[in-house]
Write a protein that binds this ligand. Structure first.
Ligand SMILES: [Fe+2]
Length: 341
């Protein structure tokens, strides 16, 4: 019988590339590594369908990160691209890069260099039905931009929860950003699927209490016992609780990384099609975990790399929480885990 899995994805990739404003005559590079999903070659057909020039480039796998580099969200990049000026030149020469590598280049400085030339990059690595279920809409961008505007003009974000979270975040200089699931502007990087507002604060203080059911990434595990993290000046100073508290404390210790206990990006998700249970239903190698990261009404916070403060780190955790209330200068954006009207 024929292998039809990539044909099944052609329509979704074509819609995605149209959201990326791919037009006839533009140049697309589909970047992959040997371990990339074979069916995502649909990106190649989609680029042709849009009338673009397209090259499929497969580079050797392997990452400088000290953890298994597959779908973690740490995004240090592939060593083969980081060390190869010819590969970088090819990516820079494209109008649009469809990044199908298993880890992306999310926190790699070389990605910023490629974007500065005007190349747009769309990163894709979740399971096919996760992509299709969460195919973005053009209006998603308008919605996240409103959140960015709100953060840009505000001084303080507060996060609270019935579980005991009480965090105050200073927003000055926190460089609010968004992900909307498509990369349409020159020099834009985005991630399919995603719909979220985030910022990169330096200073936050208080307490984060993880409740059962919250999700620890990149481990792709649900919290079972409450975890209390004490935060002072943007750094985690204490971790207490049960099994997951022990896991996090051990991760910080093992990372042997100056920034492991420092907070990184934080914000909230707006992806209404996201499924909180995707984490439970897929193999870890099939999933990046964007259902958890971008879930509408979550509070997503992280540790480790902080490009705004020039902190390079491979010790990146993303932690997605339900049931929080998030307010920006007193205006609620998320109330008890649901997007405010
Ligand atoms: Fe992250």
């Amino acid at each position: 019988m024929f292998d039809l899995t990539s044909a099944d994805l052609l329509d979704a990739f074509t819609r995605e590339l149209r959201l990326c404003k791919l037009v006839p005559g533009e140049h697309v590079v589909v970047l992959a590594e040997p371990g990339s999903r074979g069916d995502y070659v649909a990106a190649f057909g989609a680029a042709k369908t849009c009338g673009a020039h397209v090259i499929a480039a497969t580079v050797p796998g392997g990452s400088p990160a000290p953890m298994p580099s597959t779908h973690t969200g740490a995004g240090p990049g592939l060593t083969s691209v980081l060390e190869d000026r010819a590969a970088q030149a090819l990516l820079k020469s494209a109008d649009l890069v469809v990044d199908l590598t298993r880890e992306g280049f999310i926190h790699a400085p070389v990605q910023q260099e490629i974007l500065r030339g005007g190349t747009r990059i769309i990163f894709v690595c979740d399971a096919p039905d996760v992509l299709i279920r969460n195919l973005p809409k053009e209006s998603d961008k308008d919605e996240v931009l409103k959140g960015v505007e709100l953060l840009a003009s505000a001084r303080t974000m507060r996060v609270g929860s019935a579980a005991g979270t009480d965090l105050e975040v200073r927003l000055q200089g926190s460089k609010p950003e968004f992900q909307c699931g498509f990369a349409d502007d020159p020099g834009r990087w985005d991630h399919w699927p995603s719909t979220m507002v985030l910022c990169w604060p330096e200073v936050s203080d208080g307490r984060i209490v993880l409740a059962p059911g919250d999700i620890l990434l990149p481990f792709k595990e649900y919290v079972r016992d409450p975890v209390t993290l004490t935060v002072a000046g943007g750094h985690i100073t204490d971790v207490s609780g049960g099994a997951e508290a022990h896991l996090l404390a051990t991760f910080f210790e093992d990372a042997d990384d100056a920034w492991a206990r420092s907070l990184s990006h934080m914000g909230w998700g707006l992806m209404r099609t996201a499924d909180w249970f995707a984490t439970a239903m897929y193999g870890k190698g099939d999933l990046m975990g964007m259902d958890a990261r971008a879930f509408a009404g979550n509070f997503l916070w992280s540790t480790g790399p902080h490009p705004v403060l020039g902190r390079e780190s491979y010790a990146h955790l993303d932690i997605a929480m339900r049931g929080c209330t998030v307010s920006v200068d007193g205006a609620d954006v998320v109330v008890s885990g649901r997007l405010a009207a």
